[in-house]
Design a binder for this molecule. Structure first.
Ligand SMILES: C[S@@+](CC[C@H](N)C(=O)[O-])C[C@H]1O[C@@H](n2cnc3c(N)ncnc32)[C@H](O)[C@@H]1O
Length: 248
């Protein structure tokens, strides 16, 4: 006589236990942006996973980046053999670049010690943060990237060209335009140029990468999380220019 109600109670509790994980997983907007941005650069779950892992490393090492932008960017760069970064900051991206690159890669980081837009680590601190592998060649080039001698030194250190150029140094219009004009010719066909801070920076008026980015033509890709606000404004965004490969 009591069989009916007992059965109903059992079904209800099973339903509840099935729904619990769904209720507990409440994705935040930044998680959704991360996933959307990842799927825009690759369909490979392995590459996505690697990008997130490297992006987390960068941010742990104080990169001035958002995970939802930097993880897809690192998923996109893959395993480069030669990387040039302009602007070391705290060395966060440098750490991720060394981890991303091949075992025997050449990584050149050009930085003006104590320069504008966030300089602040000594050579020893940057080297320790970069944690380059035994066969990797890590060169820290100290000085103004706009100095032709610094550009020549960088070119001499990368005689076979550059697979990935990441420009994140002087963010003024003249600074970032100069870096782009001087260093992008070093990038090999099929390589990429990344520019950080392509979104209009609402808190730092001197940050004018958006002006340069808007004026560039070619195969452009934007990895942005515009809704991740900073005190009510925007910042960040990575612009990627793909240098056409020889067979194009
Ligand atoms: C925003 S930080 C770089 C952050 C770093 N890319 C990261 O995300 O881990 C900018 C860096 O550019 C450097 N910088 C500014 N002007 C420069 C110049 N003219 N030449 C070389 N480095 C410069 C600053 O010293 C600072 O270390």
């Amino acid at each position: 006589m009591n069989d009916g109600p007992v059965t109903v109670v059992a079904v209800e509790s099973r339903k509840l236990s099935c729904l619990t994980p769904v209720r507990m997983f409440r994705p935040e907007r930044r998680h959704v942006t991360l996933l959307v941005n990842l799927t825009r650069v690759t369909r490979s779950p392995l590459r996505m996973y690697r990008g997130v892992k490297l992006g987390r490393l960068a941010i742990r090492c104080e990169a001035f980046q958002k995970l939802s932008e930097v993880a897809p960017f690192l998923a996109l760069v893959g395993r480069p053999r030669t990387i040039v970064e302009i602007g070391a900051g705290m060395g966060g991206m440098l750490a991720a670049f060394c981890a991303a690159a091949t075992e025997d890669a050449t990584i050149v980081c050009v930085d003006l010690e104590g320069g504008p837009f966030g300089g602040g680590r000594s050579d020893a601190q940057l080297r320790s943060r970069a944690n380059a592998r035994p066969l990797q060649k890590l060169h820290l080039v100290r000085g103004d990237s706009l100095d032709p001698a610094i550009r020549e030194r960088t070119a001499a250190l990368t005689p076979n060209g550059v697979d990935v150029l990441f420009i994140d140094g002087d963010h003024s219009y003249d600074g970032v335009s100069g870096d782009f004009c001087m260093y992008s010719p070093l990038v090999v066909p099929g390589g990429i140029v990344g520019l950080h801070d392509i979104l209009t920076h609402s808190l730092v008026p001197g940050c004018e990468v958006d002006r340069l980015w808007g004026s560039l033509s070619g195969s452009k890709r934007e990895i942005v999380a515009p809704r991740e606000l900073l005190d009510g404004g925007t910042w960040g965004g990575i612009g990627v220019l793909e240098v056409p490969s020889a067979d194009h």
